[in-house]
Every structure is written in structure tokens, then in C-alpha cells.
Design a protein around this ligand. Sequence first.
Ligand SMILES: Cc1cc2nc3c(=O)[nH]c(=O)nc-3n(C[C@H](O)[C@H](O)[C@H](O)COP(=O)(O)O)c2cc1C
Length: 291
Amino acid sequence: MKVLGLLASYRRQGNSEVFLKEALMGAEDEGAEVEILRLTNYNIRPCTACGRCATGLKPCHLSDQFMWLLEKVYTYDAIILGSPVYYLTTPAILKLFSDRTVCEGYPTPLLGKPCAMILTYGNRGYNAYAFTVPNGLFLKWGMKVIDRALIHSTSPGDAFLDRVNQVRSKEIGRAVARATRTGEATYLGEPGVCPVCNDRIIRILKDNKTIQCPTCGIRGRLRFVGEELRAEFTEEAIRMGRFSPEQWYQHHMYHVELGKAWFMASKDQRKVIRKKYLTYLAPKVEEPAES
Ligand SMILES: Cc1cc2nc3c(=O)[nH]c(=O)nc-3n(C[C@H](O)[C@H](O)[C@H](O)COP(=O)(O)O)c2cc1C
């Protein structure tokens, strides 16, 4: 049983690293082999949206370490993410990595495997989108989220002093390893508003009646029960979430495949029209003046 600690922090011995290491120690207690990959140690270039991978005929043209990293990530039985919050969400390196997974097929080798997230943030109330990128990545992979923590931890070394959250993180690691061993992937974290991703963000759609989880896409209604607001989603709505196996398959068959077919059918027409935009205000790459 191999558990990966995926680290998205640049800071050495930073708060995310400390809590992630506690989680991995917990996983080790339960008999797991553990390893850390720090995303910031690798050369990951941004997706250029060239579409080659979508044709299924050509591999990604970018020469960097991403494909190696992805193949390596696939070899683990479970993943625990350690990441700080940057500007209300997770750092760009995690989004960079997530964007590149556009080349994946469905299902991925991580389908059904357990995962967890440990995020640290420095300012109370400045973390609303903390889980959106990690949830998107793990749910797209088809992984089962076992637990998650959002820990207030600001300066370098704050995590060294926070025994409570060290213990909490270790528990998360233990739970992930147990779920990996038993195959029982029950979510143990704090319940959110969305029953799929457990986040607490909802959109109010234009009809001013329907609500939607922006991450999973499931639609429901808000209702007052006394003073309390309840978000309610039917079983059918949950089944229609974009990360359900059924919907992800549909996404590939109807959006991606039909999109490809339309692209190929209108290719010659595009070639003619594109000339107009090719030369008009072609962006020049300017070098900054020497100081
Ligand atoms: C570029 C940058 C942006 C940040 N933005 C936020 C933020 O929006 N909300 C927040 O609560 N903390 C923010 N922080 C604070 C970090 O989340 C906090 O210091 C965290 O503990 C860092 O984790 P690390 O030690 O693992 O890198 C930011 C830090 C940096 C460097």
C-alpha cells in the first residue's frame, strides 16, 4: 500500500509540509509506504491548448517533467494533498498541474482510490475557494475524498507549535491508509453544503430559484427550516453531477467527441477565416529594457 503526499507549497518546512508529513506518519502507522512529491521541484509547463492530445493520435508536445510526474502519481494507492491557500484559492502550481491533466482519458488509474486534503491559510475568512481546485482534480480522477482539513497557520514554523492540528493531520493519514486497506471509502470530514464535494459555495442561477454547486454542477433548492437555510439536492441531481462516472463519460462522448467532429468538419473553412486574425495586431514579445 503506497500513499503519496502531494505538496503544493514552495516554502521549505512550511506549514503545509509539516501537516502533510504528520498525515504521512499516520499512514505509516497503519502500514503504508509513503513518499512526498513537491510539485514546485518539477518543471511543469502550462497547457498550450493545442488540442493534439484531444485527437488521441499525438502525445503532449511539451517537453517537461509533467508526463513523468503524472505516470508516477498513477502508481500510488492513495493521495494526500498538502497545500497553502494563495489569494483565496490554492497556488498556481496546482492549477498548472491540474490543467495539464486535460490529456487524460477516462477512467484514470486513480478511479475509486482514497484521497484527502490538508490546506493551510493565513488569514481568517480569506479562503472561500480553497477546495475548488483540489476537489476538481481529485473528483475528475474519480478518487474518493476521505477527509479534509483547512488549518489556520500563517508564519513559517506556526505548524511546529500547533499540536492539535498535527494530531488531526495524523488522523487524516491514518484514515486514508485504513480506507486504502479496507476499500471502505466513507467521508469523515465536516459535511459541506454540497453532498458530493462537501464545499460550502453555491451559485444562485438566473431563475432566482435554483442553486448549483459550481464545482460539481449539481442543482437543487434552498429552503428555510426555522431560521436555518438548507440546501437540498435530489438523488437524481446528485447522479447528474459532472464527476459521476455516467456524466464524465457523457462529457467525453458528447462534448469532447462532438467538438472534435465539428472541428474536423469545419477545418477548411477555419483556415480561410484565420488569416484575418493572424497578422492583425500580432503580439510582439518585447524584452524589458536593461536596467
Ligand atoms: C502569495 C501568497 C498569497 C496568500 N494568500 C492567502 C489568502 O488568500 N488567504 C489566506 O488565508 N492566506 C494567504 N496566504 C498565507 C498562506 O496561506 C499561509 O502563510 C500558509 O500557512 C502558507 O503555507 P506554507 O507554509 O505551506 O507555504 C498567502 C501567502 C502567500 C505567500
